[in-house]
Design a protein around this ligand. Structure first.
Ligand code: SF4
Length: 372
């Protein structure tokens, strides 16, 4: 073990907070399993039982109409699109997808509806309020984990409301929690390169802050491996940590790597594809830096089931959602975007030496008696 890792290990064992410089030393540490073991120590502090959780859920991309043109996105179609590929799902199409999801959940327990889409100039706050109310009425077991900070900020602008009032109205209509998407890298220099029209770092954090103040829990994400350096990644983690110190509203952190295929940014950068080692190193460093965030979730959709399984020994304690479909990532050419059958997810978890336990979106664990 290097002296730098030995010094950091001593801090971790004493429960001391790590600095940016510690994070840099962790990223530079050449022995990946040692880094994993240290992250696993922190994971065990948060989750002493040998349990890995998962949620029964699906992603519904309700519209692909979006004007933001993020360089890493192969999913959107412009509002002026004439190709016939732009869509907004009808109420009936959304209901059909929810019914499939409720079927997978066996009608017992909560299922997670991850509703996300583009920034569609035709959809103001009342469209979402009406949709959420109807979903809550027709499918009480479906938990609305919906809309990124990017979408919420745009809905507020479009509807001439403050972010706070927008979130309050959506919550009143049934919004249960907010996924931490759109964070990409919380550094405005990187955002200028990869998504110049997206909200700023401060705006993303502000939406989350308002949501937490209104009693909504959220997750936080990071998309790395495009125009970022490890210092950008660490600054991102420190900003998430500061927000959590302030509000305590984050449930989990999820990292995934840039999927370059069929994207302008991929072409611009020469199609970089982050390696499995880079992913394992990044989640381990995140587990160590984010000493105040309870859970770290795997991203099997972008890393594949096998790397996701290995990540369970690198600080990860949650396998995420069964997904059923994921249009945004599959549009960028990733092949792991089919539904993962529950039996396969449970097998991967158990084969790694853990008990697989179903949870709700807010990380409440179900008793074993609830059907998987
Ligand atoms: S990532 Fe989201 S905000 Fe950016 S272009 Fe794609 S759909 Fe629009």
């Amino acid at each position: 073990m290097s002296s730098a890792l030995g010094r950091i290990e001593a801090k971790v064992l004493r429960g001391e907070r790590l600095t940016l410089e510690d994070g840099e030393a962790l990223f530079e540490h050449p022995h990946l399993p040692e880094l994993g073991a240290l992250a696993d120590h922190v994971r065990q502090r948060w989750h002493p039982e040998p349990v890995v959780t998962y949620v029964v859920g699906r992603n519904i991309n309700y519209t692909n109409v979006c004007w933001v043109q993020c360089g890493f996105c192969a999913f959107y179609r412009l509002p002026s699109d004439k190709s016939g590929e732009a869509y907004t799902l009808s109420r009936e199409q959304i209901y059909r997808k929810i019914e499939e999801l409720v079927g997978v959940g066996d009608g017992v327990g909560q299922v997670e509806l991850l509703l996300q889409g583009g920034l569609n100039p035709k959809l103001k706050v009342d469209w979402y309020e009406s949709l959420f109310r109807d979903i809550r009425e027709h499918y009480p077991s479906a938990w609305l984990h919906a809309l990124s900070p990017t979408e919420i900020q745009y809905i507020a602008k479009l509807s001439d409301l403050s972010v706070r009032d927008t979130i309050a109205r959506l919550k009143d209509a049934g919004l249960g929690s907010i996924p931490g998407a759109g964070a990409e890298i919380l550094d405005d220099r990187v955002r200028q390169v990869i998504a110049p029209y997206k909200e700023t770092t401060a705006e993303w954090l502000d939406v989350m802050r308002e949501a937490h103040k209104l009693g909504l829990r959220t997750s936080a994400t990071m998309m790395y491996g495009s125009a970022d350096t490890t210092e950008h990644r660490l600054q991102h983690l420190l900003r998430i940590r500061e927000l959590q110190d302030e509000t305590g509203g984050l449930t989990a952190f999820i990292a995934w790597s840039f999927q370059p295929d069929d994207t302008p940014l991929g072409e611009q950068l020469g199609y970089p594809r982050a390696s499995g080692f880079d992913y394992l190193r990044t989640v381990a460093v995140a587990r160590l830096m984010l000493d105040n965030v309870p859970s770290v979730q795997a991203s099997w959709v972008t890393q594949g089931p096998k790397i996701a399984q290995i990540s369970l020994r690198f600080g990860v304690n949650d396998f995420g959602s069964t997904m059923l479909e994921e249009n945004v990532v599959s549009a960028a050419g990733t092949s792991y975007t089919e539904c993962m059958p529950l039996s396969e997810m449970r097998r991967l978890i158990e084969d790694a030496g853990y008990r697989a336990v179903r949870r709700t979106t807010l990380y409440e664990l179900y008793a074993e008696a609830v059907p998987a």
